[in-house]
Design a binder for this molecule. Structure first.
Ligand code: NAD
Ligand code: ZN
Ligand code: ZN
Length: 391
C-alpha cells in the first residue's frame, strides 16, 4: 500500500510499504477514506517529539471502512463493513485509567511505556503515528491502518454525514472541546484562545457552544485571524499589539476569566531535546522576539481564573511563571485529549448542526501530495488552515 512516512527532520515521503495485518485478536484493519494533517504532526517533523524512525507511517486523524476484524472483536460492537472514525489515543477500555475515562493515559496500550515513563514520570497511552514514545504504531496517513482494541475506540457513523463532517471527531474537535470544557465556562466569562490553528478554532466554537460571553482569538497569521473573525470572534494579532495590554483593555483591566493555550511547542521555545546552550539562547530570544503563548496566558489570566492547555508540550518549558500561577490562585488544567469520552456527544452536536467543523477545511489533496500538504500547512502558505488527504 501507499503511506506517508517520516523521512528525517523536516521531511516526509510517500512510499510503498507492506499492508498492515491483524496482530492481536482485538485488532481491526481499516481502509482509510479520509485522513488529516495536525499541528501535532508538525512537532514530529520538526523533531521535537523524539524517537521517530525513518519509514514510520505518520497520521493520527483518520476514518474509513472496516475490512477485517480479529477473532476477539465483539461483533456486537464492530463488524466488517462498518464505517468508523478512529480516536487518536489507543485505549484498552479496561484499565484503571480507562475506567476513569482518562483514555490518553491508558495503562495497557503502549508497548514502549518505559520510554514514556522516563520522559514523563509515568507511562502514557499508545497513539497512532506519533513516535515510539507512544508505542511506535503505524499511522493513518495511508491506504490501510491496523486499529488495536477495535471494539473500544472506533465510533460507527450510521447516518449519511460526509467524511468531512465527522473526520475531526478523531482528534481536533474533541481536543478543542476538552480545552473549553476544562475552563468550566460561566455565562459572563471572556475566553481568550491562543492559536487560531485548527485546534484553536474548534476550541473557540466549543467555548461559544458552552456559553462564553465573548471569545477572543490570538494569533499572528492574518488569514487565520480573519477566519476567526468571520465566525464571530474578537481578534488580536500578537505581531501588531501587546497581547496582555489589549486583553486588559477588553476586560475592564482584569483579564479574561478563562485562557486556552492551543499553541504548544514552537520552534523558538526551547525543549528538553535540544542542548542546554541552545535552550538558553532560545529562551532569551523568545522573550525578546516572540511571545510565548502559555507564559502569556498565565500572566494575562484574571486572578482565580483557569488556564487550559491543549497545545502539546514535550519536555521542559523555560521560565514557567510559577509565581503568577501560585499567588493569583490560577488553575492550570491540561491533557492529551481523552477523545473516546467526547466522540458520541460531539457527533450529536454535529448532527443537530450546533457545530460545523468543516468551516476550517481549506485544502483537499491526495495522499500522494502529502509532502506538499505538510509544507503549506507548516509554513502557512496558500492560506492553509486544515488539509484533508484522500488515499
Ligand atoms: P497549528 O500549528 O496549525 O496552529 C498553531 C497556531 O498557533 C498557528 O496559527 C500559530 O501562528 C499560532 N501561534 C504560534 N505562536 C503563538 C503565540 N505566541 N500566541 C498565539 N498564537 C501563536 O496547529 P493545530 O493543529 O491548531 O494544533 C495546535 C496545538 O494543539 C499543537 O501544539 C498540537 O500539537 C496540539 N494538539 C493537542 C492535542 C491534545 O490532545 N491536547 C490534540 C491535537 C493537537
Ligand atoms: Zn491531531
Ligand atoms: Zn486502558
Amino acid at each position: 500500500m501507499r503511506a506517508n512516512t517520516w523521512a528525517g527532520r523536516n521531511k516526509v515521503e510517500v512510499r510503498d510499504v507492506p499492508d498492515p495485518t491483524i496482530l492481536n485478536s482485538r485488532d481491526a484493519i481499516v481502509r482509510v477514506t479520509s485522513t488529516a494533517i495536525c499541528g501535532s504532526d508538525l512537532h514530529l517533523v520538526d523533531g521535537y517529539v523524539p524517537t521517530m524512525q525513518d519509514g514510520d507511517i505518520m497520521g493520527h486523524e483518520f476514518m474509513g471502512e472496516v475490512v477485517e476484524v480479529g477473532p476477539g472483536v465483539d461483533p456486537g460492537k464492530l463488524r466488517v463493513g462498518d464505517r468508523v472514525v478512529v480516536p487518536f489515543p489507543i485505549a484498552c477500555g479496561a484499565c484503571g485509567a480507562c475506567a476513569a475515562e482518562l483514555y490518553s493515559c491508558c495503562e495497557n496500550s503502549n508497548p514502549n511505556a518505559g520510554i514514556a515513563e522516563k520522559m514523563f514520570g509515568h507511562p502514557v497511552a499508545g497513539i497512532f503515528g506519533y513516535s515510539h514514545l507512544t508505542g511506535g504504531y503505524a499511522g493513518g496517513q495511508a491506504q490501510y491502518a491496523r486499529v488495536p482494541f477495535a471494539d473500544v475506540g472506533p465510533l460507527k457513523i450510521e447516518s449519511d454525514l460526509t467524511d468531512e463532517q465527522v473526520l475531526f471527531l478523531s482528534d481536533i474537535l474533541p481536543t478543542g472541546y476538552m480545552g473549553a470544557e476544562m475552563c468550566d465556562i460561566q455565562p459572563t466569562d471572556v475566553v481568550a484562545v491562543w492559536g487560531a490553528g485548527p485546534v484553536g478554532q474548534l476550541a473557540m466554537d466549543s467555548a461559544r457552544a458552552l456559553g462564553a460571553a465573548q471569545v477572543i482569538a490570538i494569533d499572528k497569521e492574518p488569514y487565520r485571524l480573519a477566519m476567526a473573525e468571520r465566525a464571530g470572534y474578537t481578534t488580536i494579532n500578537f505581531d501588531e499589539v501587546d497581547v496582555r495590554s489589549r486583553l486588559l483593555e477588553l476586560t475592564g483591566g482584569r483579564g479574561p476569566e478563562k485562557c486556552i493555550d492551543a499553541v504548544g511547542l514552537e520552534a523558538t521555545h526551547g525543549s528538553a531535546h535540544i542542548n542546554a546552550y541552545d535552550r538558553v539562547k532560545q529562551a532569551v530570544r523568545s522573550e525578546t522576539e516572540r511571545p510565548h503563548a502559555l507564559r502569556q496566558a498565565i500572566l494575562s489570566c484574571r486572578s482565580g481564573g483557569v488556564v487550559s492547555v491543549i497545545g502539546v508540550y514535550g519536555g521542559l518549558m523555560d521560565k514557567f511563571p510559577a509565581g503568577a500561577w501560585m499567588n493569583r490562585s490560577l488553575t492550570l488544567r491540561t491533557g492529551q485529549c481523552h477523545v473516546h469520552r467526547y466522540m458520541k456527544p460531539l457527533l450529536g452536536l454535529i448532527e443537530r448542526g450546533e457545530i460545523d467543523p468543516t468551516r476550517i477545511i481549506t485544502h483537499r489533496m491526495s495522499l500522494e501530495e502529502a509532502p506538499r500538504a505538510f509544507e503549506i500547512f507548516k509554513h502557512k502558505q496558500d492560506d492553509c488552515e486544515k488539509v484533508i488527504l484522500t488515499p
